[in-house]
Design a protein around this ligand. Structure first.
Ligand SMILES: [Mn+2]
Length: 333
């Protein structure tokens, strides 16, 4: 509050003109009448008067300063001047299942059915109790802010193919928890609405989860780049961490940004990076392969791998075993 001393000076000058016998409330009313353009209300003037007079005594300040802490009592009214905050809470999404199949980067309609079959078959064999679609389920090439692919099928076909996939997935795993975290490609829909049709933005019928019938299919959605926690492991799509292509080793690049045990998709590449701290704790970061076609027109030659991961999670301790598989020539390794 850069102008605070000026306000204080005004009040100091005014107080000199007023009788000392006057109550502070009355003083505040008089000064407020004169300076309505400066103070929001009488109470603000009164607070400033009390500040000047050092009147914020024990009775008003119910700051409960417990031994060694700086805790503020919930009933404290001293900080009522603080304006309402619009900052959002940013809580992670928690998965408490114990056998989780983690698939990512399917990029419909550029998906690879053979790779998808291998991943889902693995999930069936393991009798997983949760499937996480960890981002980039849909490509949305036609509404990208990057180069658009005019050869792609219509957006309607794109939606239809994803709906068919999700419907089939639900049928294959009727009782399994299914969670869909939006990646950068899935977020293109919302971005498109923001930029091209902001008037429609708050109409919930146009939300991606509605268009994909996720409610009917009992598929949960994780949006706004929220991290997912499986015990001591954090799962990110990868685009949440700003900057960089991941470089030679996406796991190491991710480690440098998170300094914690994480698995990401996004880079279409399997890599790992482990660090042992001075106290003997091991931080383990992994990136997993994709389930899309390996030679997209925008980057037909690349160094990607296809793959998926499987997480065994000890619900009691939060410990986990992470199996980061690659698919090579039709086989899971
Ligand atoms: Mn991505």
């Amino acid at each position: 509050m850069a102008n605070y001393p000026i306000k204080q000076n005004i009040i100091k000058d005014e107080l000199k003109k007023l009788p000392k016998t006057m109550s502070r409330a009355a003083q505040a009313r008089v000064i407020y009448k004169k300076y309505k353009h400066i103070f929001p209300n009488v109470e603000a003037v009164r607070t400033t008067i009390r500040n000047i007079a050092g009147q914020l005594g024990k009775r008003d300040i119910d700051l409960v300063v417990k031994r060694g802490t700086f805790e503020v009592s919930r009933s404290s009214s001293v900080y009522e001047f603080l304006p309402k905050s619009h900052a959002d809470e940013y809580e992670p999404f928690v998965i408490k299942q114990s056998k989780i199949l983690n698939i990512s980067d399917l990029h419909f309609p550029y998906h690879d059915n053979e790779a998808i079959k291998l991943a889902l078959n693995y999930g069936l064999k393991k009798k997983v109790d949760c499937i996480l679609i960890n981002g980039d389920l849909i490509d949305f090439a036609g509404i990208s802010r990057h180069e658009k692919d005019w050869r792609q099928r219509s957006i309607n076909d794109e939606f239809n193919s994803v709906r068919a996939f999700l419907k089939g997935l639900r049928k294959l795993f009727p009782k399994t928890r299914i969670v869909f975290k939006y990646g950068n490609h899935d977020e293109r829909w919302e971005k498109y609405l923001f930029l091209k049709a902001p008037e429609l933005f708050d109409c919930s019928d146009f939300q991606l989860e509605v268009l994909l019938r996720l409610g009917e299919l009992k598929i949960e959605v994780v949006k706004e780049k929220r991290p997912i926690k499986v015990g001591k492991l954090t799962i990110l799509h990868g685009h949440e961490l700003a900057g960089g292509s991941g470089g030679v080793n996406p796991a190491r690049a991710t480690f440098l940004k998170t300094l914690d045990s994480v698995i990401v998709g996004h880079y279409h590449k399997r890599s790992s990076h482990d660090e042992t701290t001075m106290n003997g704790n091991v931080i383990s970061v992994q990136s997993q392969g994709c389930l899309c076609g390996m030679n997209p027109h925008y980057m037909p030659i690349n160094k990607w791998q296809q793959g998926f991961s499987y997480i065994e999670h000890d619900i009691k301790t939060g410990d986990y075993m992470l199996h980061n598989h690659v698919i090579i020539k039709g086989k899971v390794y």
